[in-house]
Design a protein around this ligand. Sequence first.
Ligand code: F6R
Length: 253
Amino acid sequence: MKIYVCENYDAMSAQAAELFSTQIKEKPDSVLGLATGSSPIGLYKALVKKYENKEISFAKIKTVNLDEYCGLTADNDQSYAYFMNQNLFSHVDIDKANTNLPDGTNPDAEAECARYDALIASLGGIDIQLLGIGVNGHIGFNEPSDTISLGTNHVALTQSTFEANARFFASIDDVPRYAYSMGCGSILNAKKIVLVANGKGKAEILEKAFFGPVTSQVPASLLRLVSDKVYIFADKEAGEIITKNHPEDVIVL
Ligand code: F6R
């Protein structure tokens, strides 16, 4: 596992974007696993810039997102489908038919989870997966648990995730309680995994996940099972504790 601590959010985003643009150049029909949230916005901006500069094209790219809230339609401005259009898809030459998210409007959880797993399999798996990390260590919406969900699952968001996400909604009553999430098995099976984390709020969980015990109670710690293909990018604030306590394991850029 490579852990990079960058000067600030923009530097973190630019460094992590390099791995994605290299992947796209080397394999123009790559399957990108994508994430939403505040952490990857700068990375998407950096990729849009590279597209505008004609460095990369998304014409043959396929995407699978980590997750989607249950009950929100794609045109709801809080849905992850909407987020992806706003932050990436509408700004590049991607064929929207090649972009995929779990369907939050499908009330049949079993069928939706099976459909999404079959879709990921039909694409031949994920070439490079982007992740953020929750303050409780979740990846996708795989929350701390006694068990590990390998495939797509229907999850009840924990109180801490629910509260963390409330900042994006007009009222706490609007925050969905359930989501569909790609499973840990699909994430760990990706050929490369890139996690971005910024801000003070992520400093403790980075130490817990990458230097504490490997446990399903901290889902991001499971990335250490496949550490050879994992790249962590933190900004200075998120990286503060690990830089101080584990200087030999951190590359300060
Ligand atoms: C989003 C996702 C989540 C977020 C995590 C961090 O698709 O899967 O795991 O990556 O909640 O969110 P931010 O980046 O908003 O701190």
